[in-house]
Write a protein that binds this ligand. Sequence first.
Ligand SMILES: Cc1cc2nc3c(=O)[nH]c(=O)nc-3n(C[C@H](O)[C@H](O)[C@H](O)COP(=O)(O)OP(=O)(O)OC[C@H]3O[C@@H](n4cnc5c(N)ncnc54)[C@H](O)[C@@H]3O)c2cc1C
Ligand code: FES
Length: 582
Amino acid sequence: MVLNFGAVLSVNAGEAKPMTVQGETITTGFDKRPIDGAVQVEASGLVTDDHVDDADDLDRALLFYQRSYYDSWNNELGRELPHGTFGENLTIEGPEDDKVMLGDELCIGEVRLRVTQPRIPCRKMAVRLGHEGFPSRYLRSRRVGFFCSVMEPGLVRSGDKIELVHRVEDGISMADLARVLHLEPPNVESLNRVLACFALPPALRTKAEKLLRRAQGDDGAWSGDRALLVTARRREAVEVVSLDLADPEGTRLPDFEAGQFLTLSLDVPGADKPLVRTYTLVGRSEDGHGYRIAVKREPAPADSPDVPAGIASGHLHAAVGVGSQLLARAPRGRFAVKPGHRPVVLISAGIGITPMLAMLEHLAAQKRKSGRPVHFVHGARSSHELAFGAHVRRLVASSELLHSHLLFSRPAPEDVLGRHFDEAGRVTPAVLERILPSLEADYYVCGPAEFMADIVTGLIHRGVPLNQVHYEFFGAARSLLGEEKTEDGPVATGADGRPIVVTFARSGIAVPWRKNTFSLLALAEQAGLRPEASCRTGLCGACVSRIDDGEVEYAIDPMYGVQPGQVTVCCARPSTSVMIDL
Ligand SMILES: Cc1cc2nc3c(=O)[nH]c(=O)nc-3n(C[C@H](O)[C@H](O)[C@H](O)COP(=O)(O)OP(=O)(O)OC[C@H]3O[C@@H](n4cnc5c(N)ncnc54)[C@H](O)[C@@H]3O)c2cc1C
Ligand code: FES
């Protein structure tokens, strides 16, 4: 069988160059330009291309991108993109992704290739296109292109014909593969279809198997809400209680990563719908089978004492005790200790101690294997407000690799320096510089927003690379590096050159979308609305709203799958004028 597949319009290659991606400088050959004449193709790809990105992955030797997709992007973006913009090796005239099948074999002259996988964009594309949300938009556009491995080497040049020489019967298209593995919530039937494909490369097979386990509930996680029984309740500090949660049948609850949280749906009297709130897992319950969370009663803000105090935390303090049942979604979250060799510094204040405690436990359990020194630095007002102080001391005493430094900003009369705390004052970058043997470390930060801004900017100004500083907000997320000037930023325009306007339909408010605003949720809050939200990172589903008109793209890809016509406003940005049901 030999069928016409298309033609090579340009052969593009890139030199390895430094590129700054999310604060980290990497070397990449992403920036590709068309080159003249015939170019040799070997198993690793074009010989003229600097293979720094996928050097070892022969299944991704050559990236193809279709001309018809360039036409669509040029139209949408209102500019003429040169071939090579998307980092592809070959810009081709040829079928779209729904007509390109996994395992298809193509010939370009003597070069024989096999189609291996759809292209999934990375952060480098955001830098190349000058738009942070572009990779997500690219994926959702379903104009992704595809990779080939090289079966027979040879020469390619622009103008060459491409022939389809072999097609696998009942195969799966690149469009379907991208949809099943990257766009839709895991689905057993679709994943089984993917796994049945003989030509599936090992990396994709591993991914599909993992998704299948999740879809079948075999990864330990559960989908939707699950009733958990409160088996113990303890006062950990003056405004903090911990709750032990167990499966009512006594089944051991699945493992979680230190730093992840549970999402609770709370029926609070007087609220017209369940309140969704997230609480970090501080560890396992006493018997090792359940979970423990710790909840701080949230007071009204100091500058607005007349507004009501926190509803969900107030309810958990006042009305939830041993024997109560709570509805919880499975542990989720990306704030977890990354593997590595650098020392780890865990920095927290107030209730921000919860993920740090889980991480300290995890690192303490790993200490011999990892050999990483760990510094736990925490600030509280006094021993009355300090939760889990004794637990931290016990853990730290278990290994020479673990260290702690506790600061009290207003020690109580009975607090003894050297016994109950190590220093009077607050945690600041200057304190860190003084107490840490070196600033070369991986940092994890959690606490009130002002505290986080101070610590994170302080570390960056002292030369700690951004990619070594990780943080999590318990409330409204904000930029910590001062680049998010929202209220006075320039108004963004759509492809038609007109200002992008966001209409919050239920509230009857229409506001311009300004560049650098983080998300539709942030815009709604600036407009004085208080939409439901909790994790603010696309994980819990609390902020999912109806979108009645327009299109969005995602700054962070939400892990919480939404139905058509819905949007996860905490991490979405409008790409056209939109109407949201808020
Ligand atoms: C990833 C993550 C992990 C978390 N982990 C923990 C944890 O381990 N422990 C923990 O205690 N919390 C944690 N939180 C925070 C928790 O999810 C809740 O946000 C917190 O308990 C407050 O919820 P609430 O319903 O009590 O307060 P809300 O009712 O949501 O109120 C929040 C604040 O807004 C104020 N407020 C109310 N009305 C107004 C108004 N009209 N105008 C202005 N302000 C107003 C309230 O007084 C209060 O100060 C976490 C959050 C996230 C995102
Ligand atoms: S607030 Fe959790 S998904 Fe948006």
